[in-house]
Design a binder for this molecule. Sequence first.
Ligand SMILES: NC(=O)c1ccc[n+]([C@@H]2O[C@H](COP(=O)([O-])OP(=O)(O)OC[C@H]3O[C@@H](n4cnc5c(N)ncnc54)[C@H](O)[C@@H]3O)[C@@H](O)[C@H]2O)c1
Length: 291
Amino acid sequence: MSIKKVGIIGAGQMGNGIAHVVALAGFDVILHDVDPERIDQALATINGNMSRQAAAGKITEDDVNAALKHIGKADTINDLADVDLVIEAATENEDIKLKILKEICPVLRADAILATNTSSISITRLAAATDRPEKVIGMHFMNPVPVMELVEMIRGIATGDDTFKTATEFVKKLDKTIAVSEDFPAFMVNRILLPMINEAIYTLYEGVGNVESIDTAMRLGARHPMGPLQLADFIGLDTCLSVMQVLYEGLADTKYRPCPLLVKYVEAGWLGRKAGRGFYDYRGDEPVPTR
Ligand SMILES: NC(=O)c1ccc[n+]([C@@H]2O[C@H](COP(=O)([O-])OP(=O)(O)OC[C@H]3O[C@@H](n4cnc5c(N)ncnc54)[C@H](O)[C@@H]3O)[C@@H](O)[C@H]2O)c1
């Protein structure tokens, strides 16, 4: 089977980035979100980001115009009936993802592939809740999708060879490099990255450094392009907390316990850049540390 039309569920920061690269690669793509405003925001973001890429000479105006023609809205989940591939990119919460999978399966053709962009949740467990475990796969894009070269591909225990082949061929057409991970909590990238970010938050919580000194230390001392707290804000603190909870529960090891300060920021709704405030306050001209 070859992929021609893609449906994306969840039009947040990842959903819009995935739609962007999928449309630029010449596939038809439709975006769905439980909140219709998010779809319009995503379309505006894609427009802005593609224009910026064109202004920087990375793509041409013709590329932008052709790509924008490939992108549409799916007002209801039923509008996804004719897609060959669904990429689920909704909030990192297992109950939400399970609900989406339950709703989407009866709508889809029997041969349609279901990919999830989850950062951490078991592909095997999500697949088991569907009518097609052999057609479910983890397709973990990195943020920001148009810039980052990697897609981590995760096979659940039941993922079929055909599904894996079709999905990897599709990802290669997006000009991304694949790293294949076994299906264990948080896979490879976030198994390594998120405990580092959580440790940076502990470093802040224990008063070893403040936001600025911790980020400066890791940018200049470890050559990280972004400090860990800046990166946490960029990922979204709700997503960071959710990944740590999956690691903590899934591997049953206290070394993964989420920092209470991370929990507090999430409870405050200070979710990082997307909320206007996290470890930095983004509401002014320049980000200002909140601690
Ligand atoms: N942020 C990152 O750096 C990053 C990187 C890789 C993967 N991911 C994963 O991508 C997924 C999305 O993350 P994000 O950063 O885009 O989050 P986000 O908060 O920006 O967007 C999530 C979107 O999902 C929508 N949504 C919630 N419930 C829904 C439902 N029932 N049906 C349809 N849409 C629904 C929300 O309205 C929102 O627009 C998560 O699984 C996350 O772990 C995130």
